[in-house]
Design a protein around this ligand. Structure first.
Ligand code: 13P
Length: 288
């Protein structure tokens, strides 16, 4: 099936009280692992691409070519959206032109008036081209591609203003951060999430920083309107640990163990296992 925008899968998820996972991709192995797992789990999926990862993979056109090729060659029939993660104004325009099916404009670091003005313009562009669009209010903490946020809690009224612009899904900061959570993390602010959902109604809400959030918090967030959960670091950690184990066991030195198709295989399987675990937790299995 060709790429789809994320509107239908997220509307169904919100109604059905489950969440669709956005798994960020970094290279061919990542993309193949996530697509195959989605197909095996009969689950919709969103492939996330940060601007840094896009650059690493030789640009958005390369990413679109690789993903479209895999959808066909791997005979993927579950709904797949290719989504720009934390896009800048220019990044959104570039991904629309390159053939992405979904974009995020992260204007959370601008004053709210500027976030509204830029989001509004990009909503019109996304609508014209048939893409879904995510916006953000309240910066997500942690570091991603060199941008450090503080883990704010969004102002629910500001969330309503952005939701009313016609975005497809909305990321609201609720004390979540990217990467590993520190020991002294206060947890998600369900009070904020509840207030945001009360004001934004049917709007699918997005939880960034999915790595390391305890299962009970994930389930509660879904019950309060979260329909998309982003996971990146957890796949990276799983890949690195499996690769380390392979090397430390000296397997690269035995026979043709240095062949990248062998060397990268344990990491590939580790990504698959992580994605499957998340799809089960998020409730998206058999929801394709
Ligand atoms: P993690 O890296 O913490 O899983 O967060 C991913 C994310 O939110 C991407 O936007």
């Amino acid at each position: 099936m060709p790429l789809v925008n994320a509107k239908e899968m997220l509307t169904k998820a919100k109604k059905g009280h489950y969440a669709v996972g956005q798994f960020n991709i970094n290279n061919l192995e990542w993309t193949k692992a996530i697509l195959l797992t989605a197909q095996e789990c009969n689950s919709p999926v969103i492939l996330g691409v940060s601007e840094g990862a896009g650059k690493y993979m030789c640009g958005y056109k390369t990413v679109v070519g690789m993903v479209n090729g895999m959808l066909e060659e791997l005979k993927i029939t579950v709904p797949v959206a290719l989504h720009l993660d934390h896009g800048s104004y220019e990044g959104v325009k570039a991904c629309v032109a390159a053939g992405f099916s979904s974009v995020m404009f992260d204007g959370s670091h601008y004053p709210i008036e500027e976030n509204i003005a830029k989001t509004k313009e990009l909503v019109a562009l996304a609508n014209e081209k048939g893409l879904s669009i995510e916006a953000e209010v309240g910066a997500i903490g942690g570091e991603e591609d060199g941008v450090i946020g503080q883990g704010e809690c969004a102002d629910p009224q500001e969330c309503k203003m952005i939701a009313d612009l016609g975005v497809t899904m909305l990321a609201a900061g609720i004390g979540n951060i990217h990467g590993k959570y520190p020991e002294n993390w206060a947890g998600l602010s369900f009070e904020t999430l509840d207030a945001v959902q009360q004001l934004t109604g049917e709007m699918p809400l997005v939880l960034h920083g999915g790595t390391g959030i305890p299962e009970d918090m994930i389930k509660k967030a879904i019950s309060l309107g979260v329909s998309k959960i982003n996971v990146n670091t957890e796949c990276q950690l799983a890949f690195a640990a499996a690769t380390r184990e392979y090397i430390e066991a000296g397997k690269d030195k035995s026979g043709k163990g240095f062949d990248p198709r062998k060397l990268l295989a344990p990491g590939f399987e580790a990504i698959k296992a992580t994605v499957k675990e998340k799809m089960e937790l998020f409730g998206s299995v058999n929801k394709a």
